[in-house]
Design a protein around this ligand. Sequence first.
Ligand code: AMP
Length: 284
Amino acid sequence: MKALQSIQDIQNWSQACKKNGHKVSFVPTMGFLHEGHLSLIRLAKKNSDQVCVSIFVNPLQFATHEDLDAYPQDLRKDFALLEKEGADVVFVPKPKEIYQQGFQTKVDVTELSKNLCGKSRPGHFEGVATVVLKLFNIVQPDLAVFGDKDFQQKRVIERMVEDLHLNLKILGAPIGREYDGLAMSSRNMYLSSEDRENASVLYRSLQLAKERVEKGQMQSSSIIAAVREFIERAHPTGIDYIQICDAKSLKDVVQIKTESVLCLAVYFGKARLIDNVILEPFQQ
Ligand code: AMP
């Protein structure tokens, strides 16, 4: 596996792949890789000839009070995992390689970025969309893989690809979970052992929502209330949001009539954990 740091090197690599008739896939990450990330790489490998993974903790998507400086990193371990998984190239640019002096252009996917995490993290999705477009332009992939764990992020990227006529395909990968259902996340390492145990309530609460919808409950407010009550019993530090939205527009729905998604963001200790479940409308 090659580790490349410069834009020029990655572009040369990608162009050489294309010249050889190879299909290039791309998996952007912020590193501190876990099994959830690796499942994306496996999907990329299955659907292409050459896989590029990027590791870049993107300053543009963090607000000043957020955990940019504390974001966990272990490049040595990441490289070993990528090597084992059979990634062909890892792109590890320095921030100044991506954000050159005088940089000022940003991408705003206006509507999809408004709700959910966009509400509590203003500017976050602008930072995500901007860096992902830059990375797409650098790597020039035929396809890119994003995790369903960050459902809103995946929707924002899909919309950007469509709106800007980008010539690549986006694949979504299912949420990788721990033995007790907790969604894998680099941020889980912030959890104390007690919080780690309690945090499994999130997955169980999503299951509860799914069961209610399968039994015919369609009113978002009553499902959300049940989920909230269930989560509160596990003593979270705070609940940022629990919302049910249309899975395409990400606008809140009063009744579940179209494919919907329950998304939540909950704090345990200082870890802000997000998770979601797709809710299909009840059919008799
Ligand atoms: P991150 O390193 O957190 O920016 O994530 C990089 C990519 O991995 C994104 O597309 C995430 O949605 C995806 N990802 C992170 N955690 C998981 C997970 N538990 N299951 C599936 N995909 C994930």
